[in-house]
Design a protein around this ligand. Sequence first.
Ligand SMILES: [Zn+2]
Length: 316
Amino acid sequence: MANPKKNKKVTGGESTEPAVTPPGPGSDTSFVKKPKLGPGQPRKRDIPEGLWTKCPKCGTMIYDKELDDNLKVCPKCAHHFPIGARERINALVETCSFEEMDAEMVSVDVLKFTGVAAYTDKLQEYTQTTGLKDALVTGIGRIGSHRLALGVMDFNFLGGSMGSVVGEKLTRLIEAATDKGLPLVIISSSGGARMYEGLFSLMQMAKTSAALAYHARNRLPYISVLTHPTTAGVMASYASLGDLILAEPGAMIGFAGPRVIKDTTQAELPPGFQTAEFLQAHGLIDDIVPRDELKGRLDYFIGFLMHGQHRLAASA
Ligand SMILES: [Zn+2]
């Protein structure tokens, strides 16, 4: 039993040895040339990092360019990877139709927060890594023939947390939609209120909700799109107030996390709890829309919801 084992070990060692040793002087190897095994072996190890991404759901290695071309959706199992706010806007609105609002608005460290890391340091760090000024991009754009007010959150900026800037930019967007008589679409992705801003971030829940009430009073539609994850203060305010609530497949949506709920209620949670699919089955979500279908569906839904609006305007 010992011998075959030893042999196997030796064979394995030989195969990983790079075939770069040139034949010694005078040795005639021309007629015993073996197919070169060398290049085949190291090729696997030579894959440059950052070009491939492993799908967490099905384990497939996906070429990054292919992933980008596919709107960050796994081509094998349709797992939806996180997507940045700007990439999403580019994929949704008609080319050159997006006019960004309040692009220069930045957060202020009102509470002079210092903890494990100072708030100002965190803001600086995420501004550099994401190229964004805060966790939300807003503006007026066009999908198909419909002009709309569009707000898109970015989870990469401090977990998509809602602070004063997110709240203020959203409120201004909603008020602009109300003034211009436009439909509103907000695409959420957030861990909730921004703890660095304490009470100021919680006040954004009331402010955005009040602005939405005025928008609704003007009989204008608001479509809320929930993406992975949409939780806590964002879910408890504007994200759950849509006339139509859509979600991406497999998105985690809820208020508190499952562990907190389990500890509080002391009850077993049902399978699929807090997924988009579970919440659709229980009536909170109207439709689950894969990312590549979102543009077409928004075009359809806005056309449907604004139809009455055009008739009202015509009869006024
Ligand atoms: Zn996959």
